[in-house]
Design a protein around this ligand. Structure first.
Ligand code: SF4
Length: 594
């Protein structure tokens, strides 16, 4: 049976999301007819055209109340309509000659987002025209996206759709009600593209990957349309959101939209579904409307060495766009550049952190393949995409594997660049960091989490601030950029520990040991050690009925909570400034003024 794998809108726009590529690659090794479509980038390319913008501006002009910035945009609608297609041409690398014009600040209309000439010169110097133009074009798209959100469609954001609706869904009802409403402009555009593809591909099955809450609504909108127009096509759904949120689903209502829900690594469940074998980790509906859980707890999988190389066929013609929102080179890696995404190993070799979903297969099943297989996959992808940059999307790439990788890349005389996640552990010696840099490592990201000795121990991160600092220094000395993942609101964390944590982070920035950082609010999840044993981290669960649809984050108390919204704002504001190279001298408490 032929399958069409779909990345539903919206997600990253600079490079394909890896799930469908991985599954397509695997299914091709089994001789299965599999195609893929990235509806996300195709939708954005369709949306930011002059005719679409004209339609949007006409609708917005009929509204009674508009904010001042939106009135300004509307007044300049002719400029926006005229410029949007050249901007998309430039951002997708099809017309680099526009860099000179777009890097000129006076080309752009007044907007709250446009930086001063001084700020631009500080960030890009006198000659960094291409990045400067990419930054200004990104701000142009951000302005337009905000306009669309505030006037036409409140669910629209540039890289997610209807996320706030889908973030917390203990019941399916709000989403179901939304799906019964008339189609939005975005829905119509998406379904037009989808319909053309269905007609062209004629699949027997369509598979949606739903990595994030911001992809769920659009996956179901497409599925709803498919059920109505092509009821014979079977529909399955999997991905990160399904794996973490929908494991304990008891409400069968979603099966009005889809036929199967697949869990954990999709290779084997999909293979069985497509070839008629015994279903595994698959939910479906019985004839009397009950959810059937087929071999749900099975741990059988295709081994990591057998899953094959990701296959980008069908996505290469897409015009992915480069975006630079912040003038920070490390931060820009996530949205700028056509990175080939693949894993060096499956799962996490550490697997103990108290906040992490360690009981789920994608973390706890640590499995490797020989380094020859890994680098063969890299070469296969490079030959196919023509791109030599890799983002290894491992949860935490082990130092020993990175050493072998660096040696193998150099042995084969490959010129590549790569970046990945690591733990800041002491095995990253100066010599290993140097070796990695020589082989093409340009950046790493890692969790420093709560930079407090007491909490780091409670989290069971297995690192100390001192070893993390030494490791970061080794990376920096080797010329490798570093991003730190940070966390606030861990159970029992005090206000003072939060501020102290910011002090550590500030000093790391000031000493040039990290280049970017991001604070996440701690969420207690049912799949994490802290969620399974809250008392081990000094917390108690607040009882609540289990959701019939999504279940992931669970409420807890420690008896002495701090105001997380207040501290979160201060931490983010401070770190935003540190990333721009300012604010190091300000007293820490100043970031937390009401
Ligand atoms: S947080 Fe990172 S290092 Fe810790 S268990 Fe999870 S994946 Fe592994």
């Amino acid at each position: 049976m032929k399958i069409l794998l779909v990345t539903p809108p919206l997600t990253q726009l600079n490079t394909p999301y890896p799930a469908t590529c991985q599954l397509t690659g695997f299914l091709h090794t089994k001789g299965i007819d599999a195609e893929q479509i990235d509806l996300s980038i195709e939708l954005i390319q369709e949306l930011f055209t002059s005719s679409r913008l004209e339609e949007i501006f006409q609708k917005a002009a009929l509204l009674n109340k508009l904010s001042k910035p939106n009135r300004n945009i509307l007044q300049q609608s002719a400029f926006y309509c005229k410029t949007t297609e050249p901007v998309m041409q430039f951002l997708s690398g099809r017309d680099n000659s526009l860099a000179q014009r777009f890097s000129n600040r006076s080309f752009w209309p007044q907007s709250k987002r446009i930086p001063s000439d001084d700020d631009l010169e500080w960030a890009f110097g006198m000659i960094g025209n291409h990045d400067r133009a990419t930054h200004l074009c990104t701000l142009f798209l951000k302005d337009l996206s905000e306009f669309i959100q505030q006037t036409i469609d409140p669910d629209f954001e540039l890289i997610r759709y209807a996320e706030s609706l889908c973030l917390r869904l203990p019941t399916f009802k709000p989403l179901q009600e939304k799906l019964l409403k008339p189609l939005s402009l975005i829905d119509k555009l998406m379904l037009d593209i989808f319909e053309k593809r269905i007609l062209k591909s004629k699949p027997g099955m369509v598979g949606f990957t739903v990595p994030f809450p911001g992809n769920l609504y659009s996956a179901l909108r497409c599925a709803q349309w498919l059920k109505k127009e092509y009821p014979d096509i079977k529909i399955c759904m999997g991905g990160g959101y399904v794996n973490t949120e929908l494991r304990s689903i008891t409400d069968p209502a979603i099966f009005k939209f889809i036929d199967y829900m697949l869990f954990d690594d999709g290779e084997l469940p999909l293979l069985r579904l497509l070839t008629g074998g015994e279903l595994i980790r698959t939910l479906s509906l019985s004839s009397d409307g009950e959810i059937i859980r087929s071999n749900f707890d099975s741990i059988e999988n295709i081994s990591f060495s057998e899953i094959g190389a990701p296959d980008y066929e069908g996505l290469l013609k897409n015009n992915y766009i480069n975006l630079i929102e912040l003038t920070n080179p490390m931060h820009a890696l996530w949205s700028n550049g056509r990175w080939n995404k693949m894993m060096l190993a499956h799962g996490c070799y550490w697997g103990k952190c108290a906040f992490c979903d360690g009981s789920l297969d994608y973390i706890h099943r640590y499995e490797t393949a020989s380094i020859e297989i890994v680098v063969n996959r890299m070469e296969t992808i490079m030959n196919q995409t023509g791109q030599s940059g890799f983002h290894f999307v491992d949860e935490a790439a082990p130092p020993s594997l990175l050493r072998k990788l660096a040696e193998e890349i150099m042995k084969r005389k490959l010129t590549v660049s790569y970046w990945t996640n690591v733990r800041f552990e002491k095995s990253f010696t100066p010599e290993l960091c140097y070796l990695m840099a020589q082989s093409g490592c340009i950046a790493i990201s890692g969790g420093l989490e709560v930079a407090s000795p007491r909490i780091l121990e409670l989290i069971r991160k297995g690192i100390t601030i001192d070893t993390a600092r030494d490791t970061m220094k080794n990376f920096t000395d080797a010329g490798i950029m570093t991003h730190a993942y940070l966390m606030y609101g861990f159970p029992t964390e005090t206000a003072q520990e939060t501020i102290d944590s910011l002090r550590v982070v500030r000093d790391l920035f000031a000493d040039g040991l990290i280049q970017s950082a991001f604070w996440h609010r701690y969420a207690m999840t049912i799949h994490s050690p802290s969620g399974m044993q809250p008392e081990s981290v000094g917390a108690k669960l607040v009882k609540q009925p289990a959701g019939r649809f999504a279940n992931n984050e669970i409420p807890f108390t420690t008896g002495h909570e701090i105001d997380l919204e207040y501290y979160g704002k201060g931490l983010n504001l401070a770190t935003y400034n540190f990333m721009q190279g300012t604010g190091y001298d300000l007293p820490l408490n100043d970031w937390f003024k009401k």
